[in-house]
Ligand binder design. Sequence first.
Ligand SMILES: *Cc1c(COP(=O)(O)O)cnc(C)c1O
Length: 536
Amino acid sequence: MNAPNKSGWKPAMQAAGSGEGSAATHTGNRALMLEEPLIFEIGHRETTGVDLPAPSSGGSDRLGRFARTAPIDLPGLSEPETVRHYTRLSRQNYAIDLGLFPLGSCTMKHNPRLNEKVARLPGFADVHPLQPVDTVQGALAVIDELARWLIALTGMHAVAMSPKAGAHGELCGILCIRAALDARGESGRTVILVPESAHGTNPATAAFAGFSVEEVPANADGRVDLPALKARLARGGDGAGDVAGVMITNPNTCGLFERDMKAISDAVHDAGGYVYCDGANFNAIVGRVRPGDLGIDAMHINLHKTFSTPHGGGGPGSGPVVLSEALAPFMPLPYTARTADGHIHLVEEERADAFSEEHFGGVMQSFGRMTAFHGQMGMFTRALTYILSHGADGLRQVAEDAVLNANYVLRSLEDVLDAPFARSGPCMHEALFSDAGFGGGLSTLDLAKGLIDEGFHPMTVYFPLVVHGAMLVEPTETESKAALDQFIGALRHLAERARAGDETLKAAPVHAPRRRLDETQAARRPVLTWGGTDPR
Ligand SMILES: *Cc1c(COP(=O)(O)O)cnc(C)c1O
């Protein structure tokens, strides 16, 4: 990182090495694409953007030993300078509102503006989690109504609404399994089985909850190897098994439906274990398949994937977990309960009453809480808006169109990109390609970087691990045929260059504000403070 020069400002070319291509302009700006240094390079610590009167003397100082003794050392910028700084930076980001975002498994679909409109209604936007329950009946009705939809769509028994992301939902489900095993006096079951193609969060969750993780192999079709799974379950011995459960993604991250799911669940149940389903890919089957019918005990639903709430910088995630009858009594607090007169209670304590009897077959034995308060209220409002505006038939069409779009991508490119599982039949919501056939030492990374030059966010790369140089493309149902054709055209052009061994691709991206980074160094040795000590 360079030190700022005297004026603080310097042409971006020097500042950040944006590379050739931008050398032609004095400022480093390219047309309306504006360069921007770090805020510490443009703001001075000795200036301030605000003009406050000095505090009147005589007031008592209540800060005690917490009073600041050294300067705060933040860059002083005026409001217009600050606004421009962040607006310029935001223009260097790609976003779902700018173009197709083909990240496989992430389901980057359009976030309908109707959701935003409803979430901003003052009655929803201004509620506070500590308001008396009688004053937030509408908000609780949203949680309760969304819960009913999620239960109906999945064919499950109950739902824990509070987890705040898919991975958080995984932890919730696995803690339910832990609690159920403990209640059965089978705490000796310490192994969670996870397929090779699993998302990294699955083994991480199991390990975090104190289980040891064992891999289940995949068969040549890219699905769970059922005989191998059964053989592993049998090794536990009858009744004295060591397997607590499995974590299986369906459709899996190769974009394939696990056709043996019911047989897998039966085998795991027979061996005394529970079945966790990673529901991140529910978008492909919503309205078509009810996971409850496949013997699933717990599954998280990423509202920010299937139910169109924003991702990442656009908004927090939300990962409600649907549960089977066997796991429901252990679900976290709080949850909503509607009484016959339509009043909605927020149940915040374990209880043994008629409600508990009716819904959980006896005493609620919650393992605890996942969060303060109730979860991501703003996301519940958006997801319910999405569900109600689509209706049951519309949600079914979501899944059908998502699968149609992915197969259009798969079949349009399989002549130029190796599609290792295409012979297994149609894919579900995402198309998986490998780097087989690339020439000149070119790799998946080169093609992905080339996509940036073509104006697209790259697809998911090098995941799942079961395929060499994996490229996982999920177009989602919200892309038009015209948008897909443009993307397919870009990918075809890049695939042809990669096959021909066109080494200029190794320099990509050449048109982006920043060139190719050393991603390993950036991940392993990030320099996170301006002027701070280099961790090396
Ligand atoms: C996205 C995803 C997760 C994790 O969900 P987050 O909401 O990002 O925590 C887990 N598994 C799979 C297959 C995913 O695609």
